[in-house]
Ligand binder design. Structure first.
Ligand SMILES: [Zn+2]
Length: 285
């Protein structure tokens, strides 16, 4: 989960306005500030996006700029899969929040991203297994090596938003994801698939870089071309979303923190609002 800062350049202006500020204005200020991505699963938001108000039980029809501190962005898939809709201060404090907690670190992240083999099974209403497929999907898991409070928050967050699809679908004993036919046909939860797609895009990016680095040419042209490739990869990541997956793959595959920074904290294609005080994301803690 990409840690974010919600310090908007124009929020103070909005707060000083007399009268109500339109929901769409607040939403656009959020998008400008933390990017057009779901704050939880990190998918890029499509045309329809919603705000998430941290402490309320009901989804607000309208949001006001006075709610700013408690607003984040949420995709429909996360919103539809929230396990406990009634959020109160107590339960909210038990979750990991990308604007309050250090929700990602390259070396000991509370949330980790892992490509795993799994059997994908589609089950119809009669309980018949109408499709069985071996596949690899990226799971997000809580890291037991993280500080105990962060581990617990990460665990709660994965379950709260059901980031690996509904908890009942997965059977650890058989390593099966058993998906109801309607969910499968309606593509009702795209998060694991988008995450996995980002993983493969990041792998292809690394292969491209390796190919470039294996060329004997070490001229100035070569370095200029390599920089163009890095910029292009930054753009692909920016469009792909799933920043944490890109971080994970680039770091695991290259062990090159400078390269990872140049792609994911690129000034050419920044993920807006990425929180990285004193480069904490890149420091082993
Ligand atoms: Zn989401």
């Amino acid at each position: 989960m990409r840690p974010v800062n919600k310090i908007s350049p124009h929020i103070q202006q909005l707060q000083q306005q007399n009268g109500p500020v339109k929901t769409s204005t607040v939403t656009n200020a959020l998008i400008d500030t933390i990017g057009n991505y779901c704050s939880y699963c990190e998918m890029m938001l499509s045309g329809y996006h919603v705000e998430h108000l941290r402490y309320t039980a009901t989804w607000p029809e309208n949001v006001n700029v006075s709610m700013w501190d408690d607003l984040l962005l949420i995709c429909n898939d996360c919103r539809n899969n929230i396990r406990v809709p009634e959020l109160n201060t107590l339960s909210a404090d038990a979750l990991l929040w990308p604007d309050r907690d250090m929700s990602f670190n390259l070396y000991n992240s509370p949330l980790q991203y892992e490509l795993r083999p799994v059997k994908y099974v589609v089950v119809n209403t009669d309980g018949d297994r109408i499709l069985e497929q071996e596949m690899e999907l990226v799971f997000v898991v809580a890291n037991p090596a993280a500080a105990a409070t962060l581990y617990q928050k990460a665990f709660n967050t994965i379950n709260h938003f059901q980031l690996n699809m509904q908890l009942e679908y997965y059977d650890a004993a058989t390593n099966e994801l058993r998906i109801p036919e309607t969910v499968h046909l309606q593509h009702a939860d795209n998060r694991m698939f988008k995450r996995t797609k980002a993983w493969h895009e990041a792998m292809r990016a690394v292969e491209g870089l390796r190919g470039m680095d294996s060329l004997p040419d070490k001229s100035e042209n070569h370095s200029a071309l390599r920089q163009m490739l890095v910029d292009q990869i930054a753009m692909t990541a920016w469009y792909s979303g799933n920043w944490s997956v890109w971080m994970t793959v680039l770091h695991q595959q290259t062990n090159d923190a400078a390269l990872t920074q140049s792609v994911l904290l690129s000034t050419a294609h920044p993920f807006p609002g990425t929180r990285n005080e004193n480069n904490r994301l890149f420091i082993a803690e």
